[in-house]
Design a protein. Structure first.
Length: 263
């Protein structure tokens, strides 16, 4: 049984789409309270499927968990509707920075608080907190989200998720399609949120270099299986990680044919 300090447990999860396409066949990891964990892997490795399984969003895509279990705060997520998980503190920012483009940045943020009973003063306080983490959103608060940059839309999507006061924030590929400096800004803000508020963060990323720079730990997926978990600082030093995921050449003597689990 995991201790109270573990907020999310993914235990040997197998998942398929349409009862036919196997997407995951053995994904396991744990996320401790207050931890920033990165889920890494190439295109199609199963990162998005794992995150959708965590938020119980697979059934909406004709997907299902066939074996294994996912526990959030000690309860099995498969018994809870996605909306109930949000109210319980598990909030996901889906891939593709979904914003309401015809609403202002601030209206988008406020929309994230709908459903939670909050007085205006409380909502204003939360808005201010988000503007402190993302000063660029404060400057653009009256601008239509559709007219802001990709980075600002990603920040708006994250800010909207924060309005429901999550305990675990899950993000799918926040760096996608963004310039390197903007990606750094976003990860810096996530790290600050994690450090200053104790928010637990799970982020799926193809950009391993940036994820390993800011995360505490990382789990690597290959073809639907978690093959490696370790401290981000250790993974950054590994020759095989450098060669496979950080785009650097390992010396021929150390080049592996696949990643080896941390002992
Ligand atoms: N809605 C779906 N219906 C059927 N198959 C799917 C669906 N979504 C994903 N898959 C398949 O499941 C496998 C894992 O995909 P997934 O999107 O989870 O990987 P990923 O690591 O997130 O990759 P990417 O970075 O490209 O999003 C792939 O073989 C993919 O084709």
């Amino acid at each position: 049984m995991p201790g109270n300090d573990v907020i999310l447990v993914v235990d040997n999860v197998h998942a398929t789409y349409n009862h036919a396409i196997t997407a995951l066949h053995g994904v396991s990891f744990e996320l401790r309270r207050g931890e920033f964990l990165a889920l890494l892997g190439a295109n199609g490795a199963g990162k998005s499927t794992t995150l959708k399984a965590v938020s119980n969003l697979l059934p909406a895509e004709r997907g299902q968990i066939n074996a294994g279990a996912i526990g959030f705060e000690g309860g099995d997520v498969s018994h809870r509707r996605p909306g109930d998980l949000v109210r319980a503190g598990l909030v996901q920012v889906l891939e593709g920075r979904h914003c309401f483009k015809s609403l202002t940045v601030e209206e988008n943020l406020v929309s994230g608080g709908i459903g939670r009973s909050g007085r205006r003063a409380e909502i204003n306080q939360d808005l201010q907190r988000i503007y402190d983490f993302f000063p660029r959103l404060a400057e653009k608060r009256r601008t239509l989200a559709g007219l802001t940059s990709g980075g600002e839309q990603q920040m708006t999507a994250i800010g909207r998720a924060l309005m429901s006061r999550p305990r675990l924030l899950v993000l799918d590929e926040p760096s996608m399609g963004l310039a390197p400096l903007v990606v750094q800004d976003i990860f810096l803000a996530l790290k600050k949120l994690n450090r200053e508020t104790g928010l637990s963060i799970l982020v799926a990323e193809q950009n391993s270099a940036v994820a390993l720079k800011y995360a505490d730990h990382a789990t690597v997926l290959e073809n639907g299986v978690s093959v490696l978990t370790g401290a981000a600082a250790d993974l950054r030093q590994r020759e095989d990680m450098r060669a496979f995921y950080l785009g650097q050449q390992a010396s021929p003597a150390t080049q592996p044919t696949h990643l080896h689990a941390v002992a």
